[in-house]
Ligand binder design. Structure first.
Ligand SMILES: Nc1ncnc2c1ncn2[C@@H]1O[C@H](COP(=O)(O)OP(=O)(O)OP(=O)(O)O)[C@@H](O)[C@H]1O
Ligand SMILES: [Mg+2]
Length: 411
């Protein structure tokens, strides 16, 4: 069969690098030729801390991926995380140019340019520009104004921008590793793509990605993105608390957390004990599972407090009918749904990526991808596929804006 378009979805996280090499075939199918996971290096709080270290880790991943997909590294869709992410609304207004007041392509292009003209400080980089709605003579909520008649055409867009050095170092790390960045997507927007339904976005929902050193959120209402934020706290903090609380090594604390932990202490039987020698050969004695759960619960409560405070800031606390959808490795702790429900006063669920439309090359890959930790990378796949077909899809002008930015910063 003739080769389709190859691309790579790459999630460089603080704990792990996850990658899916894909081929968008001519018959419309999307074939995943390799699924790759390895420990990450050089990342801190979701961002590149040491470019050479990250480049080394990404290079290791690319060497493996090239064996199955020789060209995927030439078109990489990568996740950007940033504790300094901001979302803001921008508006463009133009007068319709034709004498008969019919709206043509050039009017739409002018209004888009006007919406983009918002001034962004020099240390910020626009990652997404998402068209929210057009307004024709005051009539709101128009998705496509082409051919409509009116005097005044307005466009409301959402701009997502991050700390510009974060973009530069991530690009540099990927390029040093021999990869080419085709698109950069703010992590929770990618995760939202693979786990949220249209109905949830219409009703109002918050996606909460609990990673290793960062937690990030994306809020949707009326089918539109309304807010994004990120906080420098995640699963690593939980593990450290367990290590300190039990005086065990971080490795033992990680195993205890993942195998015996819970974010709902009261659901853990009071008599259950954990033999420490089972997780750390040097450790002696036993600890009550409930005590461990209390430590874990306190940190998860803090994580959700950050989320709640952010929702309060935008007037959505306790007011999102489709509730919270949790992704990232941190969403795999027992009791997380009840903890989120209690802290956020919202319905909650864990987001499992919908991979039903993907064709996997090997057995076991699909089961691996159906994991909240894979939400981001599977969302990047959807983004990558759409980019090839229709650059102005739901992702807005993310890639166009980013291209400009690369041209500007990387001649
Ligand atoms: N079963 C589990 N229970 C609790 N926590 C878990 C479980 N499995 C994984 N984790 C935690 O998930 C975290 C890793 O999640 P993930 O892979 O989403 O992070 P990352 O993408 O590498 O990091 P970040 O998004 O912060 O850059 C680790 O802190 C790990 O301890
Ligand atoms: Mg992550």
């Amino acid at each position: 069969m003739k080769k389709g378009r190859e691309f790579l979805a790459l999630d460089v996280g603080s704990a792990r690098i996850k990658a899916l090499a894909c081929e968008a075939r001519r018959d419309g199918t999307l074939h995943v030729s390799s699924l790759f996971v390895m420990p990450s290096r050089g990342m801190r709080r979701g961002m590149v801390d040491d470019v050479a270290e990250v480049a080394g880790a990404v290079n290791q991943a690319l060497v493996e991926i090239r064996k199955e997909s020789p060209n995927a590294h030439k078109a990489i869709f990568v996740n950007i995380a940033s504790a300094y992410v901001k979302a803001q609304t921008s508006r463009g207004i133009v007068a319709v140019s034709r004498a008969d007041f019919q709206i043509h392509h050039d009017d739409i292009m002018r209004v888009e340019a006007a919406a983009q003209a918002m001034s962004i400080p020099p240390n910020r980089a626009v990652v997404h520009l998402i068209n929210q709605e057009y307004i024709v003579d005051g009539i709101t909520g128009i998705k496509d104004p082409l051919g409509m008649v009116g005097n005044r055409l307005e466009l409301v867009s959402m701009i997502v921008d991050v700390f510009e050095p974060a973009v530069k170092s991530l690009t540099k790390a990927v390029e040093t590793a021999g990869g080419e960045v085709e698109g950069m997507i703010f992590g929770p927007l990618a995760s939202a793509r693979s786990v949220l339904t249209k109905n949830q976005k219409d009703l109002g929902v918050v996606l909460v990605d609990i990673g290793h050193e960062a937690t990030s959120i994306a809020v949707y209402e009326d089918g539109k993105l309304v807010h994004v934020a990120a906080f420098p706290v995640g699963g690593a903090n939980v593990t450290n608390d367990v290590a300190v609380g039990l005086r065990v090594s971080p490795e033992a604390a990680e195993t205890i957390k993942c195998s015996y932990g819970s974010a709902m202490a009261k659901d853990v039987p009071a008599r259950d004990m954990i033999e420490l020698s089972r997780v750390d050969a040097r450790a002696k004695g036993a600890v009550p599972r409930r005590f461990v759960a209390e430590i874990i619960e306190a940190r998860y409560a803090e994580i959700f407090e950050f989320v709640e405070a952010e929702l309060k800031r935008i007037g959505k606390a306790g007011r999102l009918p489709a509730g919270a959808v949790l992704t990232g490795g941190g969403a795999k702790i027992a009791g997380v749904i009840d903890r989120a429900r209690e802290e956020l006063r919202l319905p909650a669920q864990v987001g499992i990526p919908d991979v039903s439309r993907l064709e996997f090359a090997r057995e076991g890959m699909m089961e691996k991808a159906e994991d909240p930790e894979f939400a981001c990378v599977t969302g990047l796949v959807a983004w990558g596929k759409e980019h090839g077909e229709e650059p102005e899809g739901q992702g807005g002008k993310a890639l166009g804006a980013f291209r400009k930015l690369i041209d500007y910063f990387m001649p």
